[in-house]
Design a protein around this ligand. Structure first.
Ligand SMILES: CCCCCCCCCCCCC/C=C/C(=O)SCCNC(=O)CCNC(=O)[C@H](O)C(C)(C)COP(=O)(O)OP(=O)(O)OC[C@H]1O[C@@H](n2cnc3c(N)ncnc32)[C@H](O)[C@@H]1OP(=O)(O)O
Length: 280
């Protein structure tokens, strides 16, 4: 027993207290008929992105890529939230090493999704602020349920999204709209997001959103997969290259910023307000 626990710890790169649970926070289901994989984020209540969720997300993307699925649909098991972004509780009152791990795993998860050669789509069945929007915009296609919110609201929180984190957002919105939205920290309603091109379609239920995503992925049936993926990656190559150049420094910048006393204080106040709001 002890031996197998030790082996598991060694396989995971040593003991890490924020990775204490061994239950996966993502699941993968492949449709036998279509060959399309649905990757579900499952960390109730709001899929806030802690290290484990980010690591599990990468492992599920790897699994889908190696099992020769025809495409990947990202969705959420939470009823009203796609993902609430980074887990602020995990960033609050912690040490630099942990902050470093959080940001490194966010980077790793983003590049795994953004740089995937597979066709990718997001069935956004709930709110997708900040890191939630990051994951949705890393995909090639977005279908969203009505009356939810999506966007990069970092400036509203007094923080700055680095350039790589804006890449997907900038891929889908005109520069002028993106600049205004980012500087305002604007969250778009589903209907506004559709009008601006931040999402591609609206669906009334999660099932319908999954079907629409599957139809998007199905639209590549007659396209040579290698030609398709190389074309996709050519479009993304510049952003990926820029990201690779700064990724180490970006981790250190994040650690320095997130550990500043005033930023930690801001996180504490933000968390308190979130909790107050959820009790109402
Ligand atoms: C202030 C952040 C500081 C970060 C500092 C870092 C510095 C440098 C950063 C550089 C760039 C960062 C890039 C990315 C950043 C992020 O992703 S930060 C996270 C931003 N996310 C949000 O602002 C969303 C916050 N949440 C909400 O607005 C709502 O929860 C919701 C998503 C709209 C869902 O609403 P609802 O269904 O009504 O659920 P709630 O009742 O509000 O929440 C349920 C419980 O979940 C807790 N919670 C919600 N979001 C988070 C979260 N992101 N992290 C941790 N916990 C969260 C909420 O407190 C409730 O908890 P309980 O009260 O215990 O039930």
């Amino acid at each position: 027993m002890l031996h197998s626990n030790l082996l598991r710890l060694v396989a995971r790169g040593g003991p890490k207290r924020w990775m204490s649970t061994t239950t996966k926070l993502t699941s993968v289901e492949v449709n036998d008929k279509t060959g399309i994989a649905t990757l579900t984020l499952n960390r109730p209540p709001v899929n806030s992105q802690n290290v484990q969720l980010l690591v599990d997300l990468q492992s599920s993307i790897g699994e889908i890529e190696s099992n020769k699925s025809r495409g990947l649909i990202l969705t959420s098991a939470c009823s009203n939230v796609f993902s609430a972004g980074l887990d602020i509780l995990e960033m609050y009152n912690t040490d630099e090493e942990r902050l470093r791990t959080i940001w490194t795993e966010l980077q790793n998860a983003w590049i795994a999704l953004y740089g995937s050669s597979l066709p990718t789509a997001a069935a956004i069945n709930g709110h997708a602020p900040a890191g939630g929007c990051l994951l949705a915009t890393a995909c090639e296609y977005r279908v969203m349920l009505p009356k939810r919110l999506i966007g990069l609201n970092e400036t509203q929180l007094g923080i700055i999204a680095p350039k790589w984190l804006m890449s997907g957002f900038l891929n889908v919105l005109p520069q002028r709209v993106a600049e205004r939205a980012l500087t305002q920290g604007r969250l778009f309603t589903t209907e506004e997001a559709l009008a601006e091109g931040l999402v591609d379609e609206i669906a009334n239920t999660k099932e319908e959103a999954l079907e629409k995503c599957a139809a998007f992925i199905g639209s590549f049936t007659k396209v040579n997969p290698l030609a398709r993926s190389l074309t996709k990656l050519q479009f993304r190559a510049e952003n990926i290259k820029e990201f690779e150049k700064i990724r180490k420094k970006d981790v250190e910048d994040f650690v320095a910023l997130a550990s500043r006393p005033e930023v930690q204080k801001g996180m504490g106040i933000y968390l308190e307000n979130l909790k107050k709001k959820s009790k109402k």
